[in-house]
Design a protein around this ligand. Structure first.
Ligand code: SAM
Length: 285
């Protein structure tokens, strides 16, 4: 459907939050100078209805399931984790996986559009009723209560924070919601390689949809603007901050995490330029 109405029966959830009078926002708006949009608050406007509906085509659940294997589940089970907070739920891929594996899971995200889709996917992929909470990471403790054994922030999500202040604030909020021996798992694209050597993603992990292209159209030390093209001709963009790996590791330590292990495409040993993604596993104590 392209008439501006929501294809699901969720119109109620848009009321009050949508500039189109209760209908989902369809168009991304980066203004006249897209490469100057370097704003943490902009993510909500980037995940418009059409893009969210296409997101699962981009990440292809089945292939992602196969390529990730049991990496995250193993990390959590090895630490005896029971309660998990997925802070970047997106369309729900990891939340659904966690619920399937028996973890007590809370699914948070700052985007109402994403949470609507995640809730729908929870039902579609197993009749699960996900516990969803709309919450921005910078004010997470205001909206999410209780303590968690683990927090996951996956799918290159942390890259949406554009200032160091926001990154520190978000990490501190994650830290505060973890139990004393809790673990934070954050992944990110290998931006070092993109910044230093150019882009060469093999698309084998995460963004697995074969017919979909995800390519940087502009990169500097303060912005990685990616363009996503779908087989039906539709296109969307995301403006992200290119996190360097060692900077990210340092931030986590400075916020208080005692130990940070970094994996490259799920492997403990890797060549710096090789992996598409890094996964940081940060332990609180
Ligand atoms: N984890 C999902 C996946 O792997 O498919 C979604 C990844 S998507 C790239 C990034 C997600 O982070 C979006 O759902 C977006 O709404 C969320 N997000 C970005 N910035 C946020 C913030 N400041 N607070 C809360 N959620 C945020």
């Amino acid at each position: 459907r392209d008439d501006g109405t929501c294809p699901t029966s969720c119109s109620k959830s848009y009321r009050g939050s949508c500039a189109q009078g209760g209908r989902p926002i369809q168009r991304q708006d980066f203004g006249e100078n897209p490469t100057e949009v370097r704003d943490t608050n902009h993510y909500e406007k980037e995940y418009v209805h059409g893009f969210v509906e296409k997101w699962d085509e981009l990440i292809d659940w089945r292939r992602r399931y196969e390529s990730e294997g049991t990496f995250f589940i193993d990390q959590l089970k090895a630490r005896g984790v029971k309660r998990v907070l997925d802070v970047a739920t997106g369309t729900g891929f990891h939340s659904v996986r966690l619920v399937q594996e028996g973890f007590d899971t809370v699914s948070a995200d700052g985007s109402q559009e994403m949470l609507r889709k995640a809730f729908e996917n929870g039902f579609t992929y197993g009749q699960y009723v996900l516990k969803v909470v709309q919450a921005d990471w910078r004010y997470l403790n205001r909206d999410v209560h209780g303590e968690f054994d683990a927090i996951i922030c996956l799918g290159n999500s942390f890259t949406h924070l554009f200032s160091e202040r926001d990154r520190r604030k978000a990490l501190a909020e994650f830290y505060a919601l973890l139990k004393h021996d809790g673990v934070l798992i954050i992944d990110q694209r290998n931006y070092d390689s993109i910044l230093d050597d150019g882009f060469s993603s093999t698309h084998s992990y995460y963004y697995c949809g074969e017919e979909v292209t995800a390519e940087p159209e502009y990169v500097d030390e303060g912005l990685a603007r990616f363009r996503y093209r779908f087989p039906d001709g539709s296109e969307y963009a995301l403006n992200m901050f290119p996190l360097r790996k060692d900077y990210m590791r340092r931030l986590m330590r400075e916020v208080g995490f005692q130990r940070v292990d970094t994996f490259g495409d799920f492997q403990k040993t890797y060549h710096e330029a090789d992996p598409d993604f890094f996964i940081h596993v940060a332990e609180k104590m």
